[in-house]
Design a protein around this ligand. Structure first.
Ligand SMILES: [Fe+2]
Ligand SMILES: [Fe+2]
Length: 254
């Protein structure tokens, strides 16, 4: 894995970040706002508002594997903190209160703590994949320009985070899982759809109030997941290892 590439990416990604015009005229109807407020408040807590670091018991195994990886992980989580700041400004704009806790966030943190760091990384990746769909649908359907601009900034960062995960998975090597790694891909797809179901349970009302449809959400989830797995396969094949499918080569990092 090319650590220098990722350090450069994160440092450059700090540049040319126009702040959304939070003072712009505001005209979202209350029928939308009453669903948007709790949804964005939950995201403000979950997307960088909690502990902005890896919290698995053995997290240091990954973060401390090299000084470069420590720097990359810190830069990655600095962007997550920035998401929480942006979402906080969005909450101020729409007149929503910040939340200090939520059952889904507590469950999310508990899972990350008790699982090993490899599983924590997978959970974070899955959340980033499904959250990409959440922000994309808000960007597509919300009529408020500052909120759309905020989603644009977050989507730009999340694309980098997902690509970083793709690189680290490809670099991790051949699966120790059975059936040539197909089990890895199967569990990854299964957990991704579970994460998507959880997202829809908590935020579906907000997305539908904005004008998104359940079929659109499912289609975007499928597209995002397929794109990730396809690009992962390409990254693996572009490496020095013998060509193979993504599922044949990445399971070790599940
Ligand atoms: Fe984020
Ligand atoms: Fe992220």
């Amino acid at each position: 894995m090319n650590h220098a590439k990722w350090i450069t990416h994160f440092q450059r990604n700090r540049e040319r970040r126009a702040e959304p015009d939070w003072a712009a005229p505001f005209n979202l109807p209350e029928s939308v706002l009453k669903h948007l407020r709790p949804s964005l408040a939950e995201y403000q807590l979950g997307d960088g508002g909690g502990p902005a670091c890896l919290i698995a018991g053995d997290a240091e195994q990954f973060r401390g594997s090299s000084e470069a990886m420590r720097q990359i992980v810190d830069l990655w989580f600095a962007e997550e903190r920035e998401h929480s700041r942006l979402l906080g400004r969005a909450l101020d704009r729409i007149g929503a209160r910040r939340v200090q806790g939520h059952w889904s966030f507590s469950a999310f943190l508990a899972c990350r703590r008790v699982m090993g760091v490899r599983a924590e990384l997978q959970v974070l990746l899955l959340v980033e994949i499904v959250s990409t769909v959440y922000y994309r649908l808000i960007q597509r359907h919300c009529t408020d320009q500052p909120l759309r601009d905020m989603c644009g900034l977050i989507l730009r960062d999340e694309a980098g985070h997902i690509a970083f995960h793709r690189d680290r998975l490809a670099a991790a090597g051949v699966s120790g899982w059975g059936l040539g790694g197909a089990l890895w891909e199967l569990q990854f797809r299964g957990f991704c759809f579970a994460a998507a179901a959880m997202l829809w349970l908590n935020h579906g009302r907000c997305l539908t109030a904005l004008g998104a449809r359940p079929t659109e959400f499912v289609r975007e989830i499928h597209r995002e997941l397929s794109r990730f797995l396809w690009r992962l396969g390409r990254t693996v094949q572009a490496g020095t290892r013998p060509a193979g499918s993504a599922s044949q080569l990445v399971g070790q990092s599940a």
